[in-house]
Design a protein around this ligand. Structure first.
Ligand code: AMP
Length: 251
């Protein structure tokens, strides 16, 4: 069975320490992955994490991990955040920023990071910029995965997630070796509440109004690289590596 980093420090926050920490990298990569829900960011983040040694930091995974806790072990803000998530709405910036700030250690990780699902608003992007500046860190690139709407909806409705190790599969495009079971840890795959049709509509609207303007934000900073997100995950991954290598040559 493939070993997967546990990301305890990111998922639990506070004083939690990863059981399998990232290997220090000579030049740690610090990337933001942008794209509408269902575009395949999570899958690309996993592939990139394995290839670059950087940690996959998803804010959505923090909320999903919190959902599994007893209500008394959650702060009121986290419980409210879970309700927003179930409806497909964005969690308020204040809550998201408090969680990320509490996990500053993960941004400093010597393995680098792949931010997936954060930032999602211009206010969050500005806050991230300030957080990184305060640590004398810089983003290497912002990858924007682009896909037409009808393909996005098909990807979301076929997506299945592992509750234990958070790996993501698709009933057609990336089926697990054994139907319904995670390839990595054997967990029982499930469909996320927010991958149901009524939540998908709300999420797409939130994306168009709040997150799409981030492309301009990062374009102005000359950090943005757009990648077509059609085709097999491995092809998209190769496009991403190619774009990162080209970007590095230019810089
Ligand atoms: P994701 O797995 O990234 O699609 O996130 C799942 C859900 O968590 C989103 O639909 C939002 O409700 C919430 N969420 C995750 N990250 C953020 C963020 N950076 N800002 C606001 N809400 C977020």
């Amino acid at each position: 069975m493939e070993t997967k980093r546990d990301r305890k420090a990111w998922l639990k926050g506070g004083a939690a320490v990863c059981d399998i920490p990232a290997e220090p990298q000579q030049r740690p990569r610090r990337l933001v992955l942008l794209g509408a829900p269902g575009v395949g960011k999570g899958t690309q983040a996993e592939l990139l994490a394995a290839s670059l040694g950087a940690c996959h930091l998803s804010t959505g995974d923090i909320f999903r991990a919190a959902k599994g806790l007893d209500a008394c072990d959650r702060t009121p803000a986290l419980s409210a955040a879970i309700e927003h998530m179930k409806r497909g709405e964005l969690v308020p910036d204040k809550t998201v920023l408090a969680l990320v700030t509490e996990r500053l250690r993960c941004l400093r990780c010597e393995g680098g990071f792949l931010l997936d699902g954060f930032p999602r608003t211009v206010a969050q992007a500005e806050a991230l910029e300030n957080l990184l500046q305060s640590q004398a860190l810089k983003l290497d690139a912002v990858i924007s995965y682009d896909l037409p709407l009808e393909q996005i909806v098909s990807r979301l409705s076929g997506r299945r997630t592992c509750p234990d190790c958070k790996s993501v599969f698709h009933v057609e495009a990336r089926p697990p070796r054994t139907e319904g079971l995670c390839d990595h840890c054997g967990g029982k795959l499930y469909q996320r509440e927010d991958d149901r049709p009524e939540s998908i509509r709300v999420r797409m609207h939130a994306y168009e109004t709040s997150t799409a303007p981030l492309a301009d934000f990062y374009q102005r900073r000359k950090l943005l690289t757009a990648i077509p997100a059609d085709g097999a995950p491995e092809d998209i991954f190769q496009r991403t590596l190619h774009a990162l290598q080209n970007g590095r040559r230019k810089s």
